[in-house]
Design a binder for this molecule. Structure first.
Ligand code: VG1
Ligand code: CO
Length: 543
């Protein structure tokens, strides 16, 4: 076998930023594009020779050929061992679990998360560090710098590796361990949750549907929920991972998880419904005719953590991203634990968890997790809910409405305007930034603005500062409107508007969120000119 150095032109990608590199498949298919990015990752790292790299992806179009390339490049660059999931499959949380369990140097996850897959859709790649979490900014900045100047990449010439069965192989001097993608993750879940209580729940006739959306969680959910916990066959829907996710959009929300939503809001609905996204790190939680917002879900998990064996001795703290509702803050206050507010993106939670400052964390974007790994974890959240339902013997709706009665309800919604003109979206945000002073003290529909700013975060562990993390307009009664541009879209720009209002009055808590938030929605349009700048009458997705 020979190591070939192939000369290449500097890679013209964007800074990988929050969630790795996400582009259309056609972009990734350009000559040397993937290779340049992978070599840039390796060039930016030190002392990985002889060490272990974990590789796997969500099964989307391009996953296997990209894995073959990465294996040959890892061997040529001097890694000692690659651990790869069978058929190149690994969910994002399972990759994080395996990096930690086998003390790997790092991992490469191939996924564009909840973005659609297929030859005309999206592909993605991201690097995770040895704690199992997404590479922080100082790493991704270094990779980007490398990508601007590399002139060659190293690859071992040779045949593709057979990835379709569990095996121990070699490629040049490098070992390859092909693992069942589910086993280690399933073992970790059994350590955290009260599986016996959940088994008893299913035996009692409790019904559930889990929608894997033809993405990575199919094999994980089938094994854990049906085979181990004893839910009847057919509990897991769309279980087979497909390269194009069955032409669906594997984003577990009320718009894209339509089949599941119709089932849970239909006649004879099951007791519990859940879904996960393309790479398995997101979750949506539904009860019989009831939707749990991700922000409420984080608060409910925090309030009921003592039901779960792994958390029964208490939580060291909790964290939420800034646009996530303040529901969890109210629970943290009662428990007497710290609640951290971070910018959007999971990488900000990693430092807090490594420093043992938080146990649970979450985002409004259907992401919830704990210090068991360093990624958000879809199936873990679903098992957490099952554990609570088994312990409390109440319905999802009862648990959430009792929670609101005790803590008040943070009525919440997110409006997304997808694929809008980028320049105009940027202008909208820029105009808001220029108007903070004028907004202060202004009154809209009888609501007075307490302050308006652009969220800035100082990491309490390493002191790093992240600025421009979202424009927020906060009113005197605590209501908030937050504006952000997405960092993960691949078409034009996506404007996200987050709306929140606190409702302590139990009689008004059951009102539809869009009605309760109508005033704030109008104010958002008045202040930012949403319709004018986006050219749209309504959001693409309302959550
Ligand atoms: C979105 C979400 C954010 C999440 C990120 C990655 O980012 O809003 O909360 O961390 O996706 O999630 P943005 O920049 O588009 O708003 V995933 O499931 O890609 O790993
Ligand atoms: Co995801």
């Amino acid at each position: 076998m020979t190591i070939k150095k192939i000369s290449t032109t500097p890679y013209q990608g964007q800074n990988p930023g929050t969630s790795g590199l996400r582009k259309k498949v056609k972009v990734f298919q350009q000559k040397n594009y993937l290779e340049n990015f992978v070599q840039s990752i390796f060039n930016s790292l030190d002392n990985y020779q002889g060490q272990t790299l974990v590789v796997g992806g969500d099964g989307r179009y391009g996953n296997i050929p990209a894995t073959q390339t990465i294996l040959k490049m890892a061997a040529a660059n001097g890694f000692g061992r690659v651990i790869v999931g069978c058929n190149a499959l690994l969910s994002t949380p399972a990759a994080s679990c395996i990096i930690r369990k086998y003390s790997a140097f790092g991992g490469i996850v191939l996924s564009a998360s909840h973005n659609p897959g297929g030859p005309d859709e999206d592909f993605g790649i991201k690097y995770n560090i040895s704690n199992g979490g997404p590479a922080p900014e100082k790493y991704t900045d270094a990779m980007y710098e490398q990508s601007k100047s590399i002139t060659e990449y190293k690859i071992l010439q040779g045949d593709d590796i057979a990835l379709d069965r569990v095996a121990e192989l070699a490629l040049g001097d490098m070992k390859i361990s092909i693992l069942d993608p589910v086993v280690d993750y399933a073992e970790l879940m059994a350590e955290i949750f009260d599986f016996d209580a959940i088994k008893t729940l299913f035996k009692s006739g409790f019904t559930m549907k889990f929608d894997a959306m033809h993405a990575i969680t199919g094999p994980y959910a089938k094994n854990i929920i049906e085979d181990v916990l004893g839910a009847p066959a057919g509990t897991v829907l769309n279980e087979k991972p497909l390269e194009d996710f069955g032409k669906g959009h594997p984003d577990p929300n009320l718009t894209y998880a339509k089949e599941l939503v119709e089932c849970l809001f239909g006649k004879n609905a099951p007791d519990f419904g859940a879904a996960s996204d393309g790479d398995g790190d997101r979750n949506m939680i539904l009860g019989n005719n009831f939707f749990v917002t991700p922000s409420d879900s984080l608060a409910v998990l925090t309030a009921n953590a003592e039901c779960v064996p792994a958390y029964k001795n208490g939580l060291s703290g909790v964290a939420r991203s800034m646009p996530t509702s303040c529901a969890v803050d109210n629970v943290a206050k009662e428990l007497g634990i710290n609640c951290f507010e971070t910018p959007t993106g999971w990488k900000f939670f990693g430092n807090l968890m490594d420093a043992h400052k938080v146990t649970l964390c979450g985002e409004e974007s259907f992401g919830t997790g704990s210090n068991h790994v360093r990624e958000k974890d879809g199936l873990w959240a679903v098992l957490f809910w099952l554990n609570i339902l088994a312990a409390k013997k109440q319905s999802v709706e009862q648990i959430v409405t009792e929670h609101w009665a005790k803590y008040g309800r943070n009525i919440y919604s997110r409006h997304d305007y997808e694929a809008v003109d980028k320049a105009k979206a940027e202008q909208l945000v820029e105009n808001l930034r220029n108007g903070f002073e004028a907004l202060k003290g202004a009154t809209f529909n009888g609501m007075k603005v307490a302050f308006a700013d652009d969220f800035s975060y100082t990491d309490s562990v390493d002191g790093s500062v992240s600025t421009k993390q979202g424009v927020r307009i906060v009113f005197e009664d605590g209501s908030r409107i937050v504006f952000r541009l997405s960092g993960t879209g691949t078409e034009g720009a996506t404007l996200r508007i987050y709306l929140e209002r606190f409702e302590p009055d139990i009689k008004k808590q059951r009102e539809d969120a869009q009605i309760s938030l109508a005033d704030l929605i109008t104010i958002a349009d008045d202040i930012a000119g949403v319709r004018k700048f986006t050219g749209r009458d309504a959001p693409t997705v309302i959550t």
